[in-house]
Design a protein around this ligand. Structure first.
Ligand SMILES: Nc1ncnc2c1ncn2[C@@H]1O[C@H](COP(=O)(O)OP(=O)(O)OP(=O)(O)O)[C@@H](O)[C@H]1O
Ligand SMILES: [Mg+2]
Length: 339
């Protein structure tokens, strides 16, 4: 690439998530949006809202007037639904707009997507980006996280998102399918469990999925708790206090056995000479990495098998998009898909 051409290139990293999507650009812009896309249901809604399409919290707020899509639910574009494909396209367009690239610049985009979506939906995602970018690369989310952290060798990345927990062993190359796993018990699953436990215990109270998700994001923990978790929920319209410490612990711990099993299994399949160093370098990313006590809990839980060491990253919200941005900027042109 001639220096001139590179000067005219703007790099963008995108983390396309089930619940949150994040963009990080070489002009310094970093933005995120909840992964909701909504179109006005009819002409009245369109007139009232004054927009063709709405995103994120604004879309949620007006959901009764919209056809709403959360296109990456369960880590994959819901197969064959045109609306979800269109939603991904709109969402990517919106993120690129948020990056606020100078007009006239060529755009090179790297996108991290949940590992499962990468298997099933690479073409749909590629098509969605092709409208906006000149060069493109689609990678799995844990790989973009690892790239950004510079932990490319003998490390495992565990990305606890909303729809999936993605596991990926890094050994100094672009990871192959065998190096990656995905399970569907992640943040959304914890929310469902919490709602179920609370509704069973307190049938008189009105808990909702959005409410319990907020409780979890504020008070979620695994292992022993230092404080009681007390929240308020309406009973016959009157806000009443509940101690939900035990339900919170059980819900947050519900995916842990599957996580431990997958970690152990993935390492067991890795080259025996390097297993020990991977065990000592397990990095937890994704929104779910913020559960209090998580690194200690998992380190303890693996003791009975082969002792492993887990560490949570500092900035789970931006790590995927920042890593994707670095990838876009570093990638030799022959590795990028041209559009
Ligand atoms: N402080 C917190 N404590 C525990 N969980 C949290 C916290 N903040 C966010 N989460 C949870 O993290 C999940 C979202 O994480 P993230 O943004 O990494 O997911 P995503 O990338 O959208 O999903 P996926 O990777 O599955 O596509 C949600 O389940 C959310 O409730
Ligand atoms: Mg994610």
């Amino acid at each position: 690439m001639s220096p001139n051409k590179k000067d005219n290139m703007q790099y963008i990293g995108i983390d396309l998530g089930t619940s949150r999507s994040v963009v990080s650009a070489s002009n310094g812009n970093r933005k995120w949006v909840e992964s909701y896309v909504g179109w006005p249901k009819d002409f009245v809604a369109k007139k009232m809202l004054g927009k063709r399409v709405l995103f994120g919290s604004e879309a949620l707020e007006h959901r009764l007037a919209l056809n709403l899509s959360r296109p990456l639910q369960n880590g994959v574009l819901k197969e064959g639904t045109e609306r979800d494909e269109a939603a991904v396209q709109e969402l990517i367009g919106h993120l690129i707009e948020l990056a606020d690239v100078e007009p006239g610049k060529d755009i090179c985009v790297a996108v991290g997507v949940p590992a499962e979506a990468l298997k099933v939906n690479k073409i749909a995602i590629r098509n969605a980006i092709s409208e906006y970018a000149k060069n493109l690369m689609v990678v799995s989310e844990p790989f973009s996280v690892a790239y950004g952290l510079g932990t490319l060798d003998n490390t495992m990345i565990l990305d606890i998102g909303a729809g999936t927990v993605d596991f990926c062993i890094m050994h100094g190359t672009v990871p192959m399918e065998d190096d990656q796993r995905s399970i569907l018990m992640a943040g959304d699953y914890v929310d469902e469990q919490l709602l179920k436990l609370l509704t069973e215990k307190h049938p008189e109270a009105d808990f909702s999925l959005n409410m319990v998700r907020r409780f979890k994001e504020k008070h979620g923990f695994v292992g022993s708790s230092k404080r009681r978790v007390k929240v308020e929920a309406p009973v016959d319209g009157i806000f009443t206090e509940f101690d939900i410490t035990e339900e919170m612990r059980r819900a947050c711990e519900s995916p842990m056995p599957a996580i431990v099993e997958t970690v152990i299994d993935l390492i067991a399949g890795f080259d025996p000479e390097f297993q020990e160093s991977v065990r000592k370098n397990i990095i937890i990313a994704g929104g779910g990495s913020q559960l209090s006590g998580l690194d200690t809990f998992l380190t303890e839980a693996t003791k009975q098998f082969e002792p492993c060491k887990f560490t949570c990253i500092d900035d789970p919200l931006h790590a995927g998009a920042d890593g994707a941005l670095e990838l876009a900027a570093d990638m030799p042109e022959e590795f990028l898909e041209k559009l």
